[in-house]
Design a protein around this ligand. Structure first.
Ligand code: NZQ
Ligand code: ZN
Length: 387
């Protein structure tokens, strides 16, 4: 196991009816920005619960944070926060709203051009405190310090992170997820699954606890993902998925182990160029990353095949291939398509993705930093279509 530091300061407030506890977490003297997306929280009663908890507080609202939140929209919120001297951000929504709120929190007191936080990795100064109410289990943003923001005008989607951006608290009420459209339930399960894989399917460093945790999360997602689609009002199913998604990317299973993230970085380019949902890009790219890096990842792929999918028959290569097929079928069973052609992207599209990767310096990806643009091209070509 590698050396590591692990510190996660986010307080999790889990369970039905917990939104009312927001007021215990934020001082009465705060000027709060309630940041949200396109309005789902107004339809499902989440917004009303938030307002009820914050009665007597000075609150402002900023709506319209899009899926794959845009720099352009977020800068409008930054302006509002500066004008109104707002000093606390409350994100209410999915990963996009939470990520967008992290950017707002970081940009408000930043002395330079806020785009540099993303494009140049500039250090965050004096971020505002942030809390969140999660309504879509997927990204883990509710309990991590990262965010991903897209500058639409440049077709560029970039991640950034800073320890000051961990939410102070995160309310996880599984009943808020009952209104998710089927597609978003599936997207969430796929995203959480791939987060685990990015930190687990690399090479062994004898990190037994991290491996067993990772396998536990994968097995739970495989079990409960289909249940959430079949029985959407089942509280226990939603609760298990919600906690899985948080634990998949809160730093715990990634401590002391090598990490890959090539699937995510290639996927971000697909979203920036073609607008695919984040999880759709992962479902397309992951099976091909595992195939192209089969030898490098062989030991962990064999462990995955056996412990997660129960595959014990065949030689090493056959068992690995079967595990990759199982992975793809799992995504397809959740109705997330796994080939570029399913989304109308062709060879020309692949060249554009590779050019973007180069432009964004994503030229040494993966746990061994050996996924060059040419290998990324190979990965994408393998993902082109099922024939
Ligand atoms: O905007 P509203 O109206 O709220 O609707 C949203 C949105 O259209 C809807 N939704 C959310 N909760 C709902 C609901 N609809 C009905 N009922 C509810 N309870 O779902 C749609 C998608 O929401 P979004 O927040 O975009 O989805 P997700 O949580 O999957 O977030 C995706 C973003 O997170 C980034 C992705 O790149 C993408 O930009 N990621 C962030 C990470 C992080 N911070 O650590 C890591 C991830 O790998 C990922 O990159
Ligand atoms: Zn993700």
């Amino acid at each position: 196991m590698f050396k590591f530091n692990f510190q996660n300061p986010t307080k999790i407030i889990f369970g039905e009816g917990r939104i009312k506890d927001i007021s215990s977490e934020i001082g009465k003297d705060r000027r709060i920005l309630i940041a949200y997306g396109g309005g789902s929280i107004k339809k499902n009663g989440v917004f009303d619960q938030v307002k009820a908890s914050l009665s007597g507080y000075t609150c402002f609202e900023f709506s319209g944070i899009e899926p794959n939140p845009s720099y352009e929209t977020l800068m409008k919120a930054v302006q509002l926060v500066r004008e109104e001297k707002i000093d606390y951000i409350l994100a209410v929504g999915g990963g996009s709203v939470i990520d967008g709120s992290k950017f707002i929190a970081a940009a408000v007191n930043f002395s330079g051009d806020p785009w540099d936080l993303l494009a140049k990795g500039a250090a965050v100064e004096n971020a505002l405190p942030l809390g969140c109410v999660l309504t879509l289990p997927a990204t883990g943003s509710e309990m991590n310090s990262g965010a991903v923001v897209t500058r639409r005008s440049l077709q560029t989607k970039l991640p950034f992170s800073n320890p000051s951006l961990y939410p102070r608290f995160a309310i996880l009420d599984p009943t808020t997820t009952f209104t998710l459209p089927t597609k978003q339930i599936s997207n969430g399960v796929v995203d959480a699954f791939v987060h685990v894989v990015e930190q687990y399917l690399t090479y062994p460093v004898n990190a037994k606890v991290q491996d067993r945790f990772a396998e536990g999360l994968l097995l739970t997602l495989i079990e409960e993902g289909p249940n959430a689609l079949q029985d959407p009002q089942n509280y226990d199913v939603r609760a298990n998925i919600m906690w899985c998604a948080t634990l998949a990317l809160n730093g715990l299973i990634g401590s002391g182990v090598p990490q890959d993230w090539a699937t995510h970085m290639i996927g971000h380019e697909l979203t920036a160029l073609y607008g695919l949902d984040h999880a759709q890009t992962l479902a397309i790219v992951l099976p091909s990353v595992l195939t192209v890096k089969k030898e490098q990842k062989a030991a962990k792929l064999l462990q995955y095949a056996e412990r997660v999918w129960g595959i014990c028959d065949g030689d090493d290569s056959e068992r690995i291939d079967k595990a990759i097929v199982k992975t793809r079928s799992f995504f397809e069973s959740l109705q997330v398509k796994t080939y570029l052609s399913d989304y109308g992207i062709d060879t020309e599209g692949i060249s554009k993705v590779v050019a973007q990767l180069e432009q964004h310096h994503m030229v040494r990806l993966g746990e061994k930093k050996n996924i060059t643009p040419e290998i990324s091209r190979k990965i994408l070509e393998l993902s082109l279509s099922s024939d």
